[in-house]
Design a protein around this ligand. Structure first.
Ligand SMILES: [Zn+2]
Length: 334
């Protein structure tokens, strides 16, 4: 059975608070989704990982020593990722964070040494930059300084402000280098923390079905088998081995609580099961099969679960809804 919480921001924050209290900390995701929504948009030039003039190193490890631009890969000393797109295309936040700076005073297509941008800081101190945006009066900036944003949230619109020779987004992932005491652009593609699905948050699921969406009746001390299926609505492939990012079905509300319905196939009192199959690609269907054991006291119960990308994050509860299983534990009759 599915329960979707819509627009219950207070409840969502309370659930987050409960999760924090239960675990001590919520691990931030270190994945980045593409900062736009149109799947037809492709990279024109990526980050040059070799800082020397006339030497280029792209995210695949290929080297050029010619100083020439190589479309689809890299141009010399380029500090970001360029994505050509129509003017005023919607842009997405690449990762959860807080807007710490912005500029929207230049014209949407005003050429110059400086242009419109948004700068977002993330939980681990890294920053993402969205540059060449449309003017603020043209809808270029969709968030204010100090505002929290989540991965996949609309953050603005594309433009061609600044040193721009055609409408595109210039995106940078910035890491503070303490030796150089400056922010340096790094390449999320080389780090393999880049989703391939435009505008999608890394981990998101939508509920599809269960073997029994009604009440499960189980006798005391007996175990029944239950399964639930979710569609992979995020940008990352789900896996059932390795961390971070292994997909688990755990107890929820509060997270990690010890379930009285733990069966022999649960690895812990809160971890009902891992993803059944080895992988589920985006838009694929993942099944989670687990036992429900009748506890010692007969009665009617509800047990609540949610999906967890292990060592990364719980799935966004407000947007997917957890699911719960009504359980009736019956008396053992002779
Ligand atoms: Zn660029």
């Amino acid at each position: 059975m599915i329960r979707v919480l819509r627009d219950l921001t207070g409840s969502f924050l309370l659930l987050l608070l409960i999760a924090v209290l239960a675990t001590g900390a919520v691990a931030a995701t270190d994945d980045y989704t593409l900062p736009f929504y149109d799947p037809a948009v492709t990279l024109s030039y990526g980050v040059d990982r070799d800082p020397a003039l006339n030497h280029q190193l792209d995210w695949t490890g290929q080297v050029w020593n010619d100083g020439q631009p190589h479309y689809g890969r890299v141009y010399d000393q380029h500090s970001g990722l360029d994505y050509p797109m129509a003017l005023r295309s919607d842009l997405a936040t690449a990762r959860d964070g807080v807007v710490i700076d912005r500029e929207g005073g230049f014209g949407t297509q005003q050429f110059g040494s400086f242009g419109n941008f948004m700068l977002v800081e993330h939980a681990d101190g890294k920053r993402t930059l969205y540059y060449h945006l449309a003017s603020s009066s043209d809808g270029g900036l969709a968030a204010n300084v100090g505002q929290s944003v989540v991965a996949g949230q609309r953050i603005g619109r594309s433009g061609c402000s600044g040193t721009c020779y055609g409408a595109h987004l210039h995106f940078e992932l910035l890491v503070f280098n303490s030796a150089a005491r400056t922010w340096l652009s790094t390449d999320p593609m080389a780090e393999r923390r880049w989703t391939t699905w435009p505008g999608r948050v890394p981990f998101l699921a939508t509920y599809l079905r269960e073997n029994n969406a009604g009440t499960e009746v189980v006798a005391q001390g007996k175990t029944i088998t239950h399964w639930v299926e979710f569609r992979n609505a995020g940008g990352r492939t789900w896996r059932n081995s390795g961390v971070p990012g292994r997909l688990a079905l755990g107890t929820w509300n509060p997270a990690y609580h010890s379930s009285p319905f733990r069966a022999a196939d649960w690895s812990t009192a809160w971890l009902a099961t891992l993803l059944d199959s080895a992988t589920v690609t985006p838009d694929g269907t993942g099944r989670f099969t687990f036992g429900i054991r009748g506890g010692p006291v007969p009665g009617s119960y509800v047990e609540t679960f949610n999906l967890l990308a292990q060592d990364v994050r719980w799935f966004d509860h407000a947007r997917l809804g957890s699911f719960y299983v009504p359980i009736v534990v019956s008396n053992v009759t002779k």
